[in-house]
Design a binder for this molecule. Structure first.
Ligand code: DHB
Ligand code: FE
Length: 282
């Protein structure tokens, strides 16, 4: 049986990918941030997932204002890297797992979640930045990836509660796939950030810390945080944190915190990072 063994919460700020691609990870600005992911890279290499379900958001690259699905599952064999305006990142193509993605889509839709099936899709920094942070710079990515793109760019995004319930449905879907697979799930984006307007640069460390604390201690509180509260307290783009709730709920009721890291500054973002083992991962 496949099972979700662990979850990773992780920033996806595009400047991080640019720092990797331009060889700037050792500069004074970036070194402290990348050092925080050294232990994570070791951990994931040892834990050796077969598949990563990547809950991320597209930033008007695969989709645009003509069409914005709320939850879109990438069911292709491969996902090319998007050109976001300065050329595609020089990272390996992302390999999917079509059969498992199709199974997840069937299980979750029949569970009454109306996902969008996407058979052709490019992936942007929302997905590739976490890959670089966790897997470094390999010739080929060591895992297959099932992208789940969540709309957080145009109002209204899904509620935290809806995301939390999607996580539960994903757990059920993975556990009904009859192949021994080590599956991990990433929730990406956040933490506090506001990248435009008079409040640009807003960071709320206390909000971020409480969010990280309650991922293991009280996720039921987090699922009820309203969009306006994210935006008021932690900046407009902090609403990306609803994607971490998909990850959290897919791990089951209890989790063990393996690792945590928090760092400011990195572009406009409070870089938050957490690794949680699922309760079935003995
Ligand atoms: C930044 C962060 C994001 O999540 C994003 O999608 C774009 C920019 C930033 O910190 O600059
Ligand atoms: Fe983003």
């Amino acid at each position: 049986m496949a099972k979700i063994t662990a979850g990773v919460g992780c920033s996806h700020t595009p400047a991080i990918g640019a720092a990797v691609d331009l060889g700037k990870t050792e500069t004074d600005y970036w070194r402290p941030m990348f050092e925080g992911f050294e232990a994570s890279k070791k951990w994931i290499k040892e834990a050796a997932p077969d598949v990563v379900i990547m809950v991320y958001n597209d930033h008007n690259n695969a989709f645009d204002f003509k069409m914005i699905p709320t939850f879109a599952v990438g069911c292709a064999d491969e996902f090319p890297i998007a050109d976001e305006g300065w050329g595609a990142r020089p990272v390996p193509i992302v390999k999917g797992y079509r059969e498992l993605a199709a199974h997840i889509v069937q299980s979750v839709i029949l569970d009454e979640f109306d996902l969008t099936i996407v058979n052709e899709m490019e992936v942007d920094h929302g997905l590739t930045t976490p890959m670089s942070l966790m897997f470094g710079e390999p010739e080929a990515w060591p895992v297959r990836v099932i992208p789940i793109a969540v709309n957080v760019v145009q109002y209204p995004p899904p509620t935290g509660n809806r995301c939390y319930n999607l996580g539960k449905a994903l757990k059920k879907a993975v556990e009904s796939w009859d192949e021994d697979l080590n599956v991990m799930i990433f929730g990406t984006g956040g933490m506090s950030h506001q990248i435009q307007g008079p409040r640009a640069g807003l960071i709320n460390k206390e909000f971020d810390k409480n969010f990280l604390d309650d991922l293991s201690r009280d996720p039921e509180r987090l699922k009820d945080i309203a969009h306006l509260e994210y935006m008021r307290e932690a900046g407009a783009e902090a609403v990306e944190l609803v994607m971490w709730l998909v990850m959290r709920a897919a791990l089951g009721e209890k989790v063990d915190e393996v690792y945590r890291f928090y760092h400011v500054p990195a572009s406009s973002t409070g870089v938050g990072h957490i690794i949680l083992n699922a309760d079935n991962n003995e």
